[in-house]
Write a protein that binds this ligand. Structure first.
Ligand code: ADE
Length: 267
């Protein structure tokens, strides 16, 4: 996957992108990143990228011209490169056809980012991530350039850069072969529809606190059942809303009924 990131602060990215699993994904050739400074696409001696809003009010608004220019040039560059048109048939929303590769604006007004959205994005060959700044982005960017708008949560950051890193991280670990163990991402919280249960490692006893006996029993079926029940218990306690959409077996439902009974008895 190739991800182009458009930002006024490209220096914010390399530290995070060049460590750990994201670094490995790039070394493996599963991920490549293009960092682009929006200011480089602004006109004039001062390369102005923001102006006060029409109609008054506080703050500054990111101007449309440098953002359109940046996206259009990056897309054209890709399409112009040898063989790229067949490999990456990148189409802009402004051409009236649905784009084959998402152009995503990170903003608090976007669609909430979830594991499911990460899985959808992981199917794309290319993504363009546009980091908003200041009070906002000229509405024409939203209307005529971007294809998706994503929020990473109900809080306001100073810009879309951290959100873009969150998206890159969550998507990259879903790309084929990026995580060591083949199914490591399948057992994640949210991938199964449940929160993960507890994990333990050595030592078997630490400050008098012992690892649950079942995990040391070597009995695979008992361990699997215990883990499932722990995941159900944790989800029940912390995120009961997830149980409405999780895929549950009859045994799971019985266990949840038991939890409900315990709670009634306690109250
Ligand atoms: N930019 C500012 N706040 C944001 C958020 N919550 N998600 C995505 N981009 C943002």
């Amino acid at each position: 996957m190739h991800i182009d990131i458009l930002t006024l602060f490209p220096e914010m990215f390399p530290g995070y992108l060049n460590e750990s699993i994201l670094k490995r994904a790039q070394e493996m050739g599963q991920l490549s990143i293009g960092l682009h400074n929006i200011r480089d696409y602004a006109e004039g001696k001062h390369r102005v990228t923001d102006e006060p809003p029409y109609g008054g009010g506080g703050g500054m608004v990111l101007k449309p011209e440098p953002v359109f220019a940046a996206v259009e040039e990056i897309v054209a560059r890709e399409q112009g490169s040898k063989g790229a048109r067949e490999k990456h048939p990148f189409t802009l929303a402004t051409e009236g056809r649905p784009p084959l590769h998402p152009i995503i604006l990170l903003s608090p007004q976007g669609r909430p980012f979830t594991q499911q959205v990460a899985q959808e994005l992981a199917q794309a060959e290319r993504l363009v991530l546009l980091c908003g700044r200041y009070e906002g982005v000229d509405e024409r960017v939203r209307q005529y350039l971007v294809t998706n708008e994503i929020s990473i949560g109900d809080y306001v950051l100073t810009g879309g850069e951290l959100a873009a890193m969150v998206v890159v991280d969550a998507v990259t670990r879903l790309l084929p072969g990026v995580l060591g163990a083949e199914d490591a991402a399948n057992e994640d919280s949210y991938a199964t529809g449940l929160l993960e249960g507890p994990h333990y490692t050595k030592p078997a006893e630490f400050r008098g606190w012992a690892v649950p006996e079942v995990l040391r029993s070597g009995h695979a079926a008992n361990i699997a059942r215990w883990r499932r029940e722990q995941a159900l218990r944790r989800t029940w306690q912390r995120r009961p809303d997830l149980l409405l959409t999780a895929v549950l077996t009859e045994a799971d439902k019985q266990f949840l009924a038991q939890l409900a009974e315990e709670e009634v008895r306690r109250s």
